[in-house]
Design a protein around this ligand. Structure first.
Ligand code: TTP
Ligand code: MG
Length: 242
């Protein structure tokens, strides 16, 4: 199972270059194919920073991040990108057609694959409604699509690459609750064999996760399923009630 998509963070501590104090301390967890691991915590807790270490946007100062048992520090970014798709918190669209934007990570994808990805990402109907469909133009930075449409196009772009590991950084926050629920149900089927790590603001997005990590000030303070955390974690209860 060399390309299975097992993600392991082992005693990871991370500080931004030039910063004095770490934003992540002693992070350890494992996410396996078929599992969804969710990360929740208040703003500034370190969720985005945590995700950024797997695709090597940054490297830890201590500890290791492993992909299928191999430290990612031994893999080059192109190799990681083939197996890991990150949907960033501020999803980026560039000037060009919708098709160009969707093919960004996998230029040889067929139109069929693009539409399949759009269907899962709940973006099919708004692209179909555009006069030029996949040829419709996106303005620089995606200013002519809504925040929710932008999120869905970036999710579709990740799906097109058919990665082993998906990292969703707050990718559902601009969606209304009904669209969020439909998208997650569709994603669950499509990504059933993949490893999924989701950062979320809304607890409703992650109640079904196999494991939830509660991040506070750069540390995992509690972990468990939604039901377990409701019983055991005051920090989680606060998030649920907020
Ligand atoms: P984040 O990792 O961005 O925190 P978060 O993703 O949990 O927050 P949010 O819910 O708002 O998305 O930031 C953790 C700390 O790291 C915070 O003090 C800001 C700092 N930071 C940098 O110094 N440089 C960076 O590029 C980023 C992303 C964060
Ligand atoms: Mg963030």
């Amino acid at each position: 199972a060399a390309l299975a998509g097992v993600v392991e963070y082992r005693n990871v501590t991370f500080a931004y270059p030039g910063a004095e104090s770490p934003v992540l301390s002693n992070i350890s967890f494992t996410a396996r194919p078929g599992q969804t691991v969710a990360i929740i915590g208040s703003t500034g807790a370190g969720k985005t920073s945590l995700l950024s270490l797997l695709p090597r946007l940054y490297d830890p100062v201590e500890g290791e991040v492993l992909l299928d048992g191999v430290p990612v520090s031994r893999l080059d970014r192109a190799e990681i990108t083939k197996r890991v798709a990150l949907v960033p918190q501020r999803p980026y669209l560039f000037s060009g057609t919708i098709e160009h934007n969707l093919r960004f990570g996998k230029s040889e994808a067929t139109d069929r694959e693009l539409w399949d990805a759009l269907r899962v990402a709940q973006g099919e109907s708004f692209v179909r409604d555009k006069k030029n469909g996949l040829d419709a133009r996106i303005a620089q930075g995606g200013t002519n699509v809504s925040g929710g449409q932008r999120q869905r196009l970036c999710i579709a772009r990740a799906l097109v690459t058919k990665p082993r590991v998906y990292l969703f950084d707050d990718s559902f926050s601009a969606l209304d609750v009904a669209t969020d629920a439909r998208l997650r149900a569709a994603l669950k089927q499509t990504t059933a064999d993949a490893t999924v790590i989701i950062v979320a603001q809304r607890v409703s997005t992650i109640t079904e996760a196999d494991q939830i990590l509660v991040l506070d000030n750069g540390r995992i303070v509690d972990r468990g399923t939604h039901e377990e955390l409701l019983e055991t974690s005051p920090t989680y209860q606060e998030i649920v009630e907020s």
